[in-house]
Design a protein around this ligand. Structure first.
Ligand code: GLU
Length: 375
């Protein structure tokens, strides 16, 4: 009987543990990994033009990412062809729809993209920066003039200037009102305007007429002395404000982008970043279109990936554009795969081998060295 009870107990235990495993495995969210068979002989590689990572010369693709991929393909003994998309949004949609086995261009690894795709190991250090025209030297728009007049000691000095006109003009009119003066009327109007005109002249260091009465002259002498001291101080302050404005330039960092015309590419991480600053960017398909719009003064700034901007500043945009301000956000580029792709591991191994055997370094030097950029 005891043996029988033990047997029933054992069966119950096995049943329960099986049930528990079943329940547990149902409660853990396991991602449905799609590993479609991959044809290594002809991989479809989605890309887009983004110099110097992907360029097209006479229908032939070249650039850092293109050549890095070609080296990886040789390493993993794969054949491949490129499928070109217009922008990063189309790249992501294409990989998701299975139109390609992977994508390589200047694709930033982000937490949001990582939720839907797989990335290789980081293949390039990047980040976002601001580019402006080389003549971004402040200029003197109404906005800049207003900012000079409304900051620092300027509002106080302007108030003092008004006081130096209003107070002496009243005092001088009062002293001269008995009619001794040939240029100030006895009546308050227009006498006060004539006295004010005289006081403005005193502030500016020009007095064609002078009061005739004793008190008028004493007051005028005092007003002229105070005005001289005031004017030297005022001139020094405004000169330094104008010099700083000229040296500083118009856009110097992310804080200067609000209310400006800023361009970037459709669906890029830069577009997302700008929206967090409450700046609505003009989104272009190609980054070169945004950079041309900047040169043509249709934009005030372009915010985009720093290696792309640096390459442009050193080549086509030399002497026309410049990078300003700090790195806004660091990013890394990766090779993009559909979720659960079998290609990720061999590609990662190949990437590491290429870094170890110097191929990566040679490619980097080819596309980013000072001599290459100076050509
Ligand atoms: N690094 C940018 C991104 O991944 C590139 C965008 C682009 O190619 O336009 O969003």
């Amino acid at each position: 009987m005891r043996k029988y009870i033990r047997l029933v107990g054992l069966c119950l235990a096995i049943f329960c543990s099986g049930f528990a495993t079943q329940c547990f495995s149902q409660s853990v969210a396991i991602d449905p990994v799609v590993s479609t068979p991959i044809n290594l002989k002809d991989l479809k590689v989605i890309t887009r033009l983004v110099p110097p990572f992907v360029l097209k010369d006479n229908e032939k693709y070249e650039g850092f990412s293109v050549e890095l991929w070609q080296a990886i393909a040789t390493q993993i003994k794969a054949g491949s062809h490129f499928v070109e998309k217009a922008n990063i949004t189309e790249i992501l949609a294409g990989v998701k729809a299975g139109e390609g086995d992977l994508a390589i261009a200047a694709i930033s690894i982000t937490s949001q993209r990582e939720q839907e795709f797989d990335f290789s190991q980081p293949m390039f250090d990047s980040g976002l920066q601001i580019m402006v025209r080389s003549d971004n030297n402040g200029g003197f728009s109404i906005g800049q003039v207003w900012s000079i007049l409304s900051t620092g000691a300027m509002p106080f000095l302007l108030g003092l200037m008004a006081a130096l006109i209003i107070i002496p003009s009243h005092l001088v009119w009062y002293a001269e009102r008995r009619g001794t003066s040939h240029f100030i009327s006895q009546n308050y109007f227009p006498g006060i305007w004539q006295a004010a005109w005289w006081a403005i002249g005193a502030v500016a260091g020009q007095q064609p007429d002078s009061p005739a009465s004793k008190w008028g002259r004493i007051l005028a002498a005092m007003a002229i002395l105070v005005s001289m001291v005031f004017m030297s101080y005022f001139q020094a302050t405004i000169t330094s404000a104008l010099t700083i404005q000229t040296l500083k330039g118009d856009i110097n960092g992310p804080e200067d982008l609000a209310g400006r015309k800023v361009g970037t590419t459709t669906g890029s991480t830069a577009a997302g970043y700008l929206k967090t600053l409450d700046v609505t960017p003009t989104e272009f398909t190609k980054i070169t279109e945004a950079l041309t719009a900047l040169e043509n003064k249709q934009l005030d700034a372009v915010v985009f990936d720093s290696p792309v901007l640096l390459y442009y500043a050193a080549t086509q945009g030399r002497n026309k554009v410049q990078i300003v301000g700090p790195m806004l956000r660091k990013e890394n580029y990766g090779i993009l795969f559909p979720r659960g792709s079998n290609l990720r591991k061999p590609v990662n191994e190949a990437l590491l081998t290429l870094r170890e055997n110097g191929t990566y370094h040679a490619l980097y030097a080819k596309w980013f060295s000072a001599t290459q950029l100076a050509q």
